[in-house]
Design a protein around this ligand. Structure first.
Ligand code: GDP
Ligand code: CA
Length: 319
């Protein structure tokens, strides 16, 4: 079976680890990764979501943190601080730096981001084909109003420095309107047997991928069933601050609102947590098949069970 999943960082990566445990060796998984979180720091291109997927599936992730490398050290950051060079709020460890150095060196030499990602995956062997959503530069910005007035700041500054404490007035994926899907993205969607939306952030992870012209259309037009899993349980994101960016697109932080925000034109099936059993009828009334199952990714086996439920629902809604 050919499975295509759209993925952000931590939520996407953890789900994919469960999916890999649930499928067999004959199944092929293609991951279309969000690059709207990318940021240039110290002259290096950093791709947080691609790296989180790569490190998680490749066994190099810092488990408790959910991002960055295991057994990390911070000498470079300390040295930069001595020079008064920031940003101090963004954590790049020494081992992680090597990834960004290799990536930036290859990009400077003329390789595309998809070629670079493939090269990095030769080391990490994630067990999936990892494609960036686009080789073109896209950077999500967030419009906020604070004591300095109304302005747009980089998503990382909003998320990591401000911890989304200020309201997000608008989410702008700068560059998305002219970006092209990376080689293989549209082909993978057209040839998929199943398309999955992991419990990634629906606005700044999945939403940004869908903002690349052609990708939303390709998901909607794909013959494969499209099934998503709710990142919201009991009215709150399990981890992180997804409610802040949902508000910016006028959606409540509920499993039902996230499903309706994708809409029946895009998704055929939706999984909510058993805590949200009461929202199943409303999602189904909107033309989306819905089931309530446990959606907490407490360990790989619990996550594999979520993946099996998503694949089972895909079979039920297959046209
Ligand atoms: P990011 O790029 O690192 O923010 O990661 P993603 O966009 O891939 O996923 C973030 C989302 O994962 C958050 O909005 C959470 O709501 C969701 N999430 C995290 N852990 C769990 C979990 O155990 N179960 C479910 N259903 N969602 C989760
Ligand atoms: Ca992210």
């Amino acid at each position: 079976m050919r499975i295509v999943a759209l993925a952000g960082g931590i939520g996407g990566a953890r789900f994919l680890r469960g999916l890999l445990a649930a499928v067999g060796p004959q199944d092929e998984i293609t991951v279309i990764g969000n690059t709207g979180d990318d940021i240039h720091l110290y002259g290096l291109k950093v791709c947080p979501d691609l790296d989180t997927v790569m490190y998680t599936l490749g066994g190099g992730i810092h488990e408790e943190q959910g991002w960055g490398r295991t057994d990390e050290t911070w000498s470079i950051k300390a040295e930069m601080k001595e020079y008064g060079v920031g940003p101090e709020w963004f954590g790049l460890g020494d081992r992680d730096f090597a990834t960004h150095l290799v990536r930036s060196q290859m990009l400077t030499a003329g390789y595309s981001l998809s070629q670079v990602t493939e090269a990095l995956c030769v080391r990490w062997k994630p067990g999936v084909r990892l494609l960036p959503m686009s080789d073109d530069r896209v950077e999500t910005h967030v419009r906020i109003t604070d004591e300095q007035g109304t302005r747009a700041i980089h998503f990382q500054e909003y998320w990591v420095r401000l911890h989304a404490a200020v309201d997000a007035e608008a989410i702008i994926p700068v560059g998305a309107d002219t970006a092209k899907p990376a080689p293989g993205v549209l082909e993978a969607l057209a040839a998929a047997d199943v398309i999955l939306f992991p419990p990634s952030n629906p606005v700044v992870s999945i939403g940004t991928i869908l903002a690349v012209p052609g990708i939303r259309e390709a998901v909607a037009a794909a013959p494969a069933p499209v099934v998503g899993l709710s990142p919201i349980i009991g009215g709150a994101p399990v981890r992180g601050m997804a409610d802040k960016v949902l508000a910016a697109v006028g959606a409540e932080a509920t499993a039902e609102a996230v499903a309706l925000n994708y809409g029946s034109a895009l998704i055929d099936g939706w999984l909510v947590d058993t805590a949200d059993q009461a929202s199943v009828a409303a999602v189904e009334a909107a033309g989306i098949a819905c089931r309530a199952v446990p959606l907490l990714m407490t360990d790989v086996e619990a996550t594999a069970e979520m993946a099996r439920a998503a694949l089972a629902l895909a079979e039920q809604v297959r046209k």
